[in-house]
Ligand binder design. Structure first.
Ligand code: NI
Length: 176
């Protein structure tokens, strides 16, 4: 449908609690999803949350395959989650560099649960539960944070591990 401007950190709309989706199957919801997919692909994201394009609804999308911004991402088929909620976080946690289309050119090292179990609703309005791990689990944790008005800098353990991609030696090493 359209590539939408991604809101950047500082925009108060990124701090809102997003509303639950109820209008499954509606043309308006289909249009929102199409805009999200077009926007994520255009800006080479591996995930996008609806609030990032100014839609305060609980929708996240993810997709990864040969993404130059995340060379270790592996393959994640396009997935669209409505009203997602994490119901279990593993005790094991990992630190890794995260980026966000709302903070272009920046990265921060964030600790996330290695494995999560989440509940969500599919495009037909049916609830389901799934368990994912690794990078996939990280992306979902990051995107669900957006639905609660949280950006990854709020998750940093140290500001020493936060900055511009081209100036962080530790991040640069991950690209070699
Ligand atoms: Ni983000």
């Amino acid at each position: 449908m359209a590539v939408i401007t991604v809101l950047k950190m500082g925009d108060p709309r990124l701090l809102l609690q997003a509303e639950k989706v109820k209008d499954f199957g509606s043309d308006a919801l289909k249009a929102d999803i199409a805009d999200m997919v077009d926007t994520m692909r255009h800006f080479i994201g591996v995930g996008l949350a609806a609030p990032q394009i100014g839609i305060s609804k609980q929708i996240i999308i993810l997709e990864a395959a040969d993404n130059p911004r995340y060379p270790d991402a592996g393959v994640i088929e396009l997935d669209i989650l409505f009203n997602p909620k994490i119901i279990h976080f593993s005790q094991q946690k990992d630190f890794a560099w995260e980026g966000c289309l709302s903070l272009p050119g920046m990265r921060g090292k964030v600790e996330r649960a290695r494995t999560i179990t989440y509940q969500a609703v599919n495009q037909q309005g049916q609830p389901y539960t799934a368990t994912v791990q690794g990078f996939h689990a990280r992306v979902i944790q990051h995107e669900i944070d957006h639905l609660n008005g949280i950006l990854y800098p709020q998750r940093l353990e140290s500001f020493n591990d936060f900055g511009f991609e081209d100036s962080l030696p530790d991040f640069q090493q991950t690209l070699i």
